[in-house]
Design a protein around this ligand. Sequence first.
Ligand SMILES: C[S@@+](CC[C@H](N)C(=O)[O-])C[C@H]1O[C@@H](n2cnc3c(N)ncnc32)[C@H](O)[C@@H]1O
Length: 434
Amino acid sequence: MILELKIDRYGANGEGIALYNNKVVFVPFALKGEIVKVEILKEYKTYYNAKLLNVIKKSEKRTQPLCPYYKICGGCNLQHANYKEQLKIKETIVKNNLEKYAHCNFNLNPIIESNLIYNYRNHISFHVNKKGELGFYKNSSNDFIKILNCHLANNVINLCISIFNNYFFKNHIKGYDKKTKQGLIKLVDFKIVNNKMLITIVSTNLILSNINQLVNNLKLIGVEFGLFISLNNYNNTLIYGQVNKNIFGLKEICYNEKDIISYIGNYSFLQINNYIKDLIYDKIINKVTANCVVDLYAGRAIVSALLSKKIKKVYAVEIVKEACFDANKILADNNIKNVTVLCEDANLALLKINEKVDCVIVDPPRKGMERKTILSILQKKPKQIVYLSCSSNTLARDLNIFLQDGNYKLTLVQPYDMFPNTANIETLAFMEKI
Ligand SMILES: C[S@@+](CC[C@H](N)C(=O)[O-])C[C@H]1O[C@@H](n2cnc3c(N)ncnc32)[C@H](O)[C@@H]1O
């Protein structure tokens, strides 16, 4: 069915929404105010999914996307909107999620802009196809798209793509195929900080032929780097395999992070937008007032290390042992004695901390927190709870549980544009005990 519709608002993923037959129609890549021709792809009980065929009346906020893979690769979904409109869309998404899932009509702070709109990503993973070419999967599909340059990635990472493609091609190294279980390579992961890079090849075999060819060609880029093979024979495509072998060069990146000697390993979590990360850390450090802080989902405990200068006692809780290794190294090298790293699940660690806790900071993965962990925090009755999230959807769901307790009020919700050109948003929320 082909329809002509007027877009009157935005959905949770930044898509345009129109009304037809008393049902909402989701139209990806359409902007508010536009009149668009769409094809209905599927009808559901309460809504339709549609494909944008053409824009009949264009919004003045529409821009020409930079990327040739836009709409195909699934990585970006807001490149068609100018930056000001992207920011507005994101504020709307956070506000709507808070209303819908946390049942609160909170006055959020205006979103904080990124300094870079392109090439801001300092961490990115590429899948590898059967031909040994780097690329991405289209959104929630198995359709692979070969990528020669990603406009979101740091440019040094982009220089590596063709080097990998050539190396895999010349040595007949293929991407792993989940169905046939043939091929070797599951992912190639890049992290870059201060012009130093860690590259991890996630492979079903630790031996890759002529790996020196690859090392020599990567050297030509002129950036100091470390190359790892992560042996992953599990049924997943995560970077974390059972063996993590340094093949060449840097074993970690050591750099100065706000006057802390800091380390990033190839398995550590790295906030992908350096500029926004610094702003968020500053906000947390300035606003937290406590004697004892628990920093849950701490990664390499950099927030704990920064807090150690003003807080008496900090517990950093992180489940990945390599990240805990980096955390302990950061603490030792900075002679920080008042931070303890607990390498375990957030909830289990909370149950073991017997001290009076005044503030709990959480920064969980996209899927949010387990209910039992939220309840364990509430039992500790901290006077401050800080929630950093890369999904305003799960943030709002979890805030609802915190707020239902009745003892906390939301005092600040600050969205940050950590991920320009995508509908993803980083949000920092503060709750204080009533
Ligand atoms: C979004 S990252 C936050 C990292 C850190 N706050 C930072 O800014 O670098 C989430 C971290 O939570 C860790 N994690 C995931 N599930 C966990 C769990 N159940 N218990 C403890 N840590 C967990 C991940 O390994 C990851 O390092």
